[in-house]
Design a protein around this ligand. Structure first.
Ligand SMILES: [Zn+2]
Length: 254
């Protein structure tokens, strides 16, 4: 049972305007990766102090949202509400984060949890700018997350925050040393290259590298794809093949 976000006909009120307006646009200042990473670490440290135990992966992001930040976390069919694929939304005034419940259907806990981390990123990094927006009485969401806008600074920053929150650098480095080596892993070959030198790991082996990392570090709520992006970001995995490490890279040609 989905609890209405706002008193008095939330769905009715949403449907009235959701197809009439574009997502609210918000300009945010540039933030370095280092700053975003620090803010994510501070959040974990704060939660840890409150919880009274050492927080290790899997990072309990839902607990952090509800118990530490004191926000309401709701799941709703945002694709229906907004009539387009919206992953999540933040209602700053109502202190509410809403996640698209269709992410449950995709069977990927990783994607769902990553979206929770992403909306948390908006709350931590961007809610002050939402407060600067002109107020109105329509209870519009402050931030609406459309995957089409993934490259915009506000969305990129929230994605990076989620990555740092769910995969803290210290825990990643510890797991990497256990799984691989102290040295970064360099991928030079694809199995499809006719002239590959036979040197492993191959590009197509990335899901196995990611799975081993998730297993070793306890990152059970992280997708393999998010893990492989994090490893590359931290310089632990270097892809020199010129091809992307994504699911398309391992599809078998017809
Ligand atoms: Zn977003």
């Amino acid at each position: 049972m989905i609890e209405p976000i706002l008193k008095g006909g939330y769905n009715q009120r949403l449907s009235r305007w959701s197809n009439l307006i574009k997502e609210p646009k918000m300009n945010v200042p540039w933030l370095s990766k280092q700053t975003i990473s620090k803010r994510a670490k501070e959040l974990i440290d704060g939660f840890q102090a409150m919880a009274g135990y050492e927080v290790k992966p899997p990072i309990p992001v839902e607990d952090i949202i509800e118990r530490y930040l004191g926000l309401r976390l709701l799941y709703d069919d945002l694709t229906r509400v907004f009539r387009q694929e919206i992953l999540g939304a933040v209602y700053v005034e109502a202190r509410t984060i809403c996640i698209n419940e269709r992410l449950f259907e995709s069977g990927s806990e990783g994607r769902l949890v990553f979206t929770c981390g992403h909306e948390t990123g908006h709350w931590v990094l961007h809610r002050q700018y939402a407060n600067e927006q002109p107020k109105d009485k329509t209870n519009k969401p402050s931030i609406v997350c459309n995957p089409k806008n993934a490259k915009e600074p506000i969305e990129w920053q929230a994605d990076y925050f989620s990555s740092c929150l769910l995969m803290p650098e210290k825990d990643i480095r510890e797991a990497f040393e256990e799984v691989c080596a102290p040295e970064p892993l360099v991928v030079k070959n694809s199995m499809r290259d006719k002239n590959n030198a036979g040197e492993q790991p191959y590009l197509e082996q990335w899901p196995f590298i990611a799975a081993a990392m998730c297993e070793a570090g306890g990152f059970s709520n992280v997708s393999k794809h998010a893990m492989i992006i994090r490893l590359q970001d931290l310089g632990l995995l270097v892809n020199k093949t010129g091809k992307k490490m994504d699911w398309n890279s391992i599809l078998v040609d017809e």
